[in-house]
Design a binder for this molecule. Structure first.
Ligand code: LFR
Length: 482
């Protein structure tokens, strides 16, 4: 028997969000983007905050538009939410926010970052316990700072919900910590699916703020009555805890070879380069290469490295008055960048310089000046330099994985915004010596929907979903050039 199922993916990224209606019929998924909106953190008095009220408004509007896009008489079976990692909301028993929601690029974690970096024994212990390296955005460092700065918070807050958990709570009324997003925190035990007592104690974070993580695909209950209103299409809508971390969702959507020979890149604001594994990649060399053993929704591992990503391009564009505003202008910019000679040397894409500079172009220029390298003369020159540098970063990450996990990759699969950027794809192929397969695929939304369809019993498992997906995907292959 074949039935048609409609589900909605709420997919929130650091620079834009969308609500996508998925239609599953005859083993085919079709997507309709019903709402897209910009997102940004805002600075107030020297700190950076997300505008959660605005995001929640957009989510509700998006769901209304999803319902409006349904054929007559159809209902919305389920909703899933995925968001960027690490950020969280501290709430009381009733779910009321008791602390402003900071954005992960806020500089408040810098002292903690340096402290841990300079305490070798603690750094090694935390990496051995959690499999997550010391990175400025980790939830561990963020919560350490809050507890140290505002000790009363341990009484005020009774729960720490990661952002997808918080939206799931607003939609369903149920508070749970979903496993994939919890694994970005540096607080999950790398050898189990529970919290790491060693990490919680080290950062002085109250263990009672968390409950045992639920694996992806857990049904949280029906959409709350006040949100469903009188809509018959929403009366029985299930809220499903999909992979709450957007990168975990994007990795789930990879139409990968079942033998594990593909390396994955989810390319957006960040470039997340990694693979799927039954085992974590640990040890001193892994820590030095900043390998992050984030988790798959079923409990397994997705060791990955975070390369700074298109954030550098997004930032640089802001420094140019004449920047592309539509697809045609983008195409012209990419073509102009392609025609330029390759840059003399790639940038060293250190987080410290490029994580959150006042001007990205000025930060790039400063590094070039320091290294006595020529500065690009045009926006196209910066585009070329950034894409070539990212390609090199992707290839370096690949080699580190091959060495440490004793693997040989045969292809690189790329999804997300960057998969549409041919300079980036070609640069990655050239630097790695591997074919890069770019898919016309909204990876995060597709992985989000896949988890819902599996949870609803419409698809047997992820392997089956990937098989169906691969059967009708458009792909472009970039072969390495010398
Ligand atoms: C991508 C992402 C990355 C994570 C970064 C911060 O959107 O989720 O995986 O490292 O944002 O959360």
């Amino acid at each position: 028997m074949s039935r048609t199922i409609y589900s909605a993916a709420v997919d929130l990224g650091a620079t834009s969000g969308r609500v996508i209606l998925g239609r599953w019929a005859k083993n085919r998924l079709t997507l309709t983007e019903v709402r897209r909106f910009p997102n940004a953190f805002r600075s107030l008095g020297g700190h950076d905050y997300w505008e959660l009220g605005t995001l929640w408004h957009e989510v509700q509007e998006g769901l209304r538009q999803a319902v409006a896009a349904l054929p007559r008489g159809a209902t919305l079976a389920s909703v899933g939410v995925d968001v960027w990692g690490v950020d969280y909301a501290l709430v009381d028993d009733t779910g009321r926010l008791v602390f402003p929601v900071h954005a992960y690029r806020d500089a408040r974690t810098q002292p903690g970052l340096k402290r841990l970096a300079n305490t070798r024994a603690a750094l090694d212990r935390i990496y051995a316990a959690t499999g997550i390296p010391n990175v400025f955005y980790n939830t561990s460092l963020q919560l350490e700072e809050v507890v140290a700065r505002c000790p009363a918070i341990t009484d005020l807050a009774s729960r720490c919900l990661f952002l997808p958990d918080y939206f799931n709570f607003l939609l369903s009324g149920r508070m749970e910590n979903e496993f994939t997003v919890a694994s970005t925190s540096q607080l999950i035990d790398v050898h189990s699916t529970g919290w790491s007592r060693a990490a919680l104690d080290h950062f002085r974070i109250p263990a009672q703020w968390f409950t045992p993580p639920v694996l992806s695909g857990t049904k949280l209950g029906r959409l709350k009555k006040e949100i469903a209103g009188a809509s018959a299409a929403l009366a029985k809508t299930q809220i499903i805890a999909v992979p709450g971390h957007d990168t975990a969702a994007a990795y789930d959507a990879m139409p990968a070879a079942p033998d594990g020979s593909d390396l994955y890149i989810s390319s957006g604001t960040w470039s997340l380069v990694g693979f799927e594994s039954d085992r974590p990649v640990l040890g001193a060399a892994a820590l030095a290469a900043r390998i992050s053993n984030e988790r798959i929704g079923d409990g397994r591992y997705r060791p990955l490295t975070n390369v700074i990503g298109l954030w550098m391009l997004e930032g640089t564009l802001k420094d140019f008055a004449s920047r592309p505003t539509n697809d045609r202008e983008w195409a012209a910019l990419i073509t102009a960048a392609e025609k330029l000679p390759a840059p003399a040397a790639p940038l060293d894409m250190a987080f410290a310089e490029f994580g959150n500079p006042a001007s990205m172009k000025a930060a790039i220029d400063a590094q070039l000046r320091r290294r006595k390298l020529p500065r690009p003369k045009t926006l196209a020159g910066y585009v070329r330099l950034i894409c070539e540098s990212l390609g090199k970063g992707h290839a370096d990450a690949m080699r580190a994985f091959e060495q440490m996990a004793g693997k040989k990759f045969r292809r690189i699969l790329i999804v997300g915004g960057g998969s549409k950027n041919r300079i980036l794809c070609q640069a990655t192929a050239n630097a790695s010596g591997l074919p890069v397969v770019s898919f016309a695929l909204e990876g995060t939304a597709v992985g989000n929907l896949a988890s819902q369809l599996i949870s609803l019993g419409a698809v047997k498992d992820l392997a089956t979903f990937r098989r169906h997906l691969a059967a009708d995907l458009k792909q472009t292959i970039f072969t390495p050039r010398a």
